[in-house]
Design a protein. Structure first.
Length: 649
């Protein structure tokens, strides 16, 4: 059976590598250092009919991938390109994209391993591919597939030579396995590692982590921690100081920790340097909040990473703007100074391109910088508005809005306010109507449009009909896009206790549409999403056919129950909260979140009346109204059983 499984995996790898319908590697069994020639046929892919799409090769050479733009030459319906590999290249992924539309072979990926002169995969090829499916593939939009990553790693590390050559990756693979044999192998590997008197700080740190989290061996974890402290006292001190920093709340407390951390950190230690620069950003922000701008500038000047400094400058400027064009500014004059500096640093990098990460092509990095510039320009325009310089603010905001393709609702809000100030009510109303039809608006924009409509002679009854038509058009467009995301897979069954200690099962809710939201009290995006979730809960509170369940997970606080109860009560949320079951006393692994294959929170699922998952939504970066509208649309579509079912999750 083992031989059959290996043969089957090899066959699947070959199929995926040559993806016969849309993609083919013309260079058979490419070797490290060779040039790989590819052919891509977009017919029957998401890029069919798209012009000027881009091809990128991601060379896997250990660590983060190296991105290389692949120029394409068209011959009929076939696009050909090539990329030069390095001697260290183990495998290559290819991705094709046009703006936000990406073709990753339905999340199977377009890739090939590299081969040695004997025609066998080079050592590390499968581990490299596994890293893409497990982690790095998100860079080019590849959906994480831990199971496939585990299968590839298993094939890689069946070879004892690979176990030794890629010991760190091997240890990481074993740490993620629940198999008893793999856990024994990990314990053996760590035992051997500890026999090395010259063991590095990084290996000791990883060893302690694996004992603590993978093997649940607190005694050994404490023993390694003691060894780490004696061998590398500075590292141990830094760990303790980070814990102190997290507990510190006041500016004097954090400055004290900062000075202690700086005293035990070497400039050559990149990790410690990055930590200090993070401290610089936080302290600078705290000084700016107190109005001590000179002290803030002192800490900002210490941040050598200019893009990190630009981000810190913009964060301060945004706070001083009041965080919106319709808000009261805290100090627009000071904010303008910080904002100008942030834009200057971004523009400097756009010209120099000195800090491009290897995992981005020059074009991709330039686009990232353009987006950053537009985001910071929005801050600058808001501050100009508060200073009364409406014409310049309008010009700056208009460019930023167009840079984001008119898709950022908060920017659109600033732009329509500035349009009214500089171009008049008629021009503002025209812009507002366009944004409303596209669904890229805020409540403030809706209020602005109503005011302009009534002022122009419209009645309240006419307004109701008018806005209903605009919102219906936007809603229908939104549902058409959502239909592409519909899935249809059985939901994992669960039975969990709620805040009152009552058991709630998914099976007991069969016949209802159920929204399941995985969250934790420490999760910033989760907390940010809750006003929108509360809006949705309120909308359906009297609908017996819709239920909301908020599953608290990844919460290992010893006082978890009280912490969650207090959080819900203090924020006055009317959420039906359930506690995910922890797999161990340490509370690092949880049952239901794992069964649902959740990789980050917040993650929401919309489950139909037959207990099948129809939508999965990961993360939160919008507004409360946008989230409530999205959930409403999903519930409506599931209720009507509309949309095309595409795939599972």
């Amino acid at each position: 059976m083992k031989k059959l499984t290996s043969l089957l995996l090899a066959f699947c790898l070959t199929l995926a590598s040559f993806a016969q319908q849309a993609f083919e590697v013309m260079t058979k069994k490419p070797t490290p250092g060779s040039t790989i020639v590819i052919e891509y046929m977009p017919r029957n892919t998401v890029l069919q009919g798209k012009k000027d799409f881009e091809a990128t090769a991601y060379l896997l050479e250990g660590g983060l991938p190296r991105a290389v733009e692949v120029p394409l030459k068209q011959e009929g319906g076939i696009f050909r390109g090539s990329v030069k590999t390095a001697d260290s290249t183990r495998a290559v992924f290819f991705a094709f994209a046009k703006d936000e539309i990406r073709d990753n072979n339905n999340d199977e990926g377009y890739y090939t391993a590299l081969y040695d002169k004997k025609g066998e995969e080079v050592p590390g090829a499968h581990a490299a591919l596994a890293s893409a499916f497990g982690n790095f593939g998100g860079i080019w939009g590849l959906k994480r597939n831990q199971q496939k990553g585990a299968e590839l790693n298993k094939k890689e590390f069946a070879n004892t030579a690979s176990q030794k050559k890629f010991a760190t990756e091997y240890a990481s693979y074993l740490s993620q396995s629940k198999d008893a044999a793999d856990q024994d192998a990990l314990r053996k590997l760590l035992t051997e590692r500890l026999k090395n008197e010259k063991i590095s700080e990084a290996d000791l740190t990883q060893t302690r982590f694996f004992y603590q989290n993978a093997l649940k061996d607190k005694a050994m974890a404490d023993s390694v921690a003691a060894l780490l402290k004696s061998r590398y006292p500075a590292a141990a001190q830094q760990t303790e100081l980070v814990a102190q920093w997290n507990k510190a709340k006041t500016l004097p407390e954090r400055e004290e920790v900062y000075q202690k951390f700086a005293a035990v950190s070497s400039p050559a230690n990149e990790l410690a340097k990055n930590r200090l620069e993070f401290f610089d950003q936080v302290i600078a922000g705290m000084y700016a909040d107190s109005g001590n701008y000179e002290a803030a500038k002192k800490y900002l000047a210490r941040i050598e990473n200019k893009q990190a400094r630009a981000n810190a400058l913009n964060s301060i400027a945004w706070k001083l703007s009041g965080e919106g064009i319709n808000k009261q500014p805290k100090d627009a004059k000071a904010g303008l100074d910080f904002s100008k500096q942030s834009l200057a640093l971004v523009d400097e990098e756009k010209k120099a391109m000195k800090n491009k990460p290897a995992y981005l092509t020059a074009k991709q990095y330039q686009r990232n910088l353009d987006n950053t510039h537009n985001m910071y320009a929005d801050t600058y325009a808001t501050l100009l508005y508060h200073k009364g310089d409406y014409e310049q603010a309008y010009a700056v905001e208009k460019a930023a809005v167009e840079g984001f393709k008119r898709k950022d609702a908060s920017m659109n809000e600033a732009f329509t306010a500035l349009t009214e100030k500089t171009k008049g009510a008629k021009a503002a109303q025209a812009e507002l109507e366009k944004f409303m039809e596209e669904g890229k608006y805020t409540p403030a924009m809706k209020e602005q449009l109503q005011r302009l409509y009534i002022a122009n002679g419209g009645t309240q009854a006419q307004w109701t009909s008018y806005i209903s038509n605009l919102e219906e058009a936007a809603y229908n467009k939104f549902k058409a896009e959502l239909a592409k995301q519909m899935i249809n897979v059985p939901a994992p069954q669960f039975a969990l206790k709620d805040l009152d200690g009552k058991e709630v099962s998914l099976a007991s809710l069969k016949g209802k549409i159920v929204v399941v939201d995985f969250w934790a009290t420490w999760c910033g995006p989760c907390r940010a999403s809750f006003p929108g979730m509360q809006t949705a809960v309120n909308k359906y509170k009297n609908n017996p056919d819709v239920a909301f369940l908020f599953i608290d997970t990844w919460e290992n606080d010893s006082n978890r129950v009280q912490k969650v109860t207090d959080f819900v009560a203090q924020n006055k949320y009317s959420f039906h909260v359930l506690y995910d079951d922890a797999k161990s006393k340490e509370g690092n692994d949880f049952v239901v979140v794992e069964n649902f294959k959740v990789e980050g929170i917040p993650t929401k699922f919309v489950i139909d009346r037959n207990n099948n998952i129809r939508f999965k939504a990961v993360g939160f970066d919008g507004t409360a109204d946008e989230l409530a509208t999205e959930l409403t649309a999903m519930i409506d579509m599931v209720n009507a059983e509309g949309g095309d079912v595409k795939k599972g999750f």
